[in-house]
Every structure is written in C-alpha cells, then in structure tokens.
Ligand binder design. Structure first.
Ligand SMILES: [Zn+2]
Length: 129
C-alpha cells in the first residue's frame, strides 16, 4: 500500500459523522449501525461494509459525560435560581433527566466515534480498501 492510497478522500468525514449520529452505517447511511443497544454490527446489513474494526472503547462514554455534565450544570443553576424547588424534587428530576439524556446520547456518540474511525481509516478500517 503506497502513500497515494491515503490521499484519496473517498470517505468524507462530515457525512460519515452525520450518519453515525443517526446510528446508521457510516458508508451507506441506510443500514443500522447497532445490532443491540450499543453492539456494533459486524457488517452493515445494507452495504455489507465491515464495521467490526472499530475501537470506540471509552470515547462515547467520555463524550456523553462531557455533554450531560455541562447541560446539567446549567440546569441545576437555572432551576435553583428560578424555581427553588424542594431538594427531593430537584434530585429526582435531575437524576431522571441525566439518565435519560445519557441513554439517548450514548449510542449516538458511539455512532459518531465509529464513523470518524471509519472515515479516517483508523485501526482495522485502514486495511480493507
Ligand atoms: Zn452500510
């Protein structure tokens, strides 16, 4: 494999990221990226692109905590200053909000990380085409 193989941008990053955020295959945008909640399919059911090469590891969890933490920081401040609710109301509602938002964001963040790895030919994605 020569250097020229890496200079052809046949995997544009931005469209891949948008597909990943929708939990779709970064190659075709049609097939589902996940076989289960966070289990990436070995190959895309639509275009048969190999997806098992990903190494998302802790990246999606880090990004999810980063986003949810920042949002909750502002929400805690706003809630307390504007409404001054009972502590148990605040704790319960923020806990439910944090868990729900985390469960919503986690697969989307993982989709994005897998898409970036696919588009930039990181890890095993670099050896097949
Ligand atoms: Zn596909």
């Amino acid at each position: 494999m020569s250097d020229a193989d890496f200079q052809i941008d046949d995997r544009p990053t931005k469209p891949a990221i948008m597909r990943g955020l929708r939990c779709k295959c970064p190659n075709c945008g049609v097939g589902q990226l996940f076989a289960k909640y966070l289990k990436v399919t070995d190959t895309c059911p639509s275009c048969e692109e190999e997806l098992f090469h990903h190494r998302a590891d802790d990246g999606p969890a880090y990004l999810t905590i980063l986003i949810v933490g920042h949002i909750l920081g502002f929400v805690i401040h706003f809630m307390w200053v504007q409404f001054r609710p009972e502590p148990w109301v605040m704790a319960t509602s923020l806990t439910i909000g944090a868990v729900a938002l985390s469960l919503f964001l986690l697969p989307r963040m993982k989709g994005m990380v897998v898409a970036i790895q696919w588009a930039r030919r990181m890890h095993g994605f670099g050896h097949n085409g």
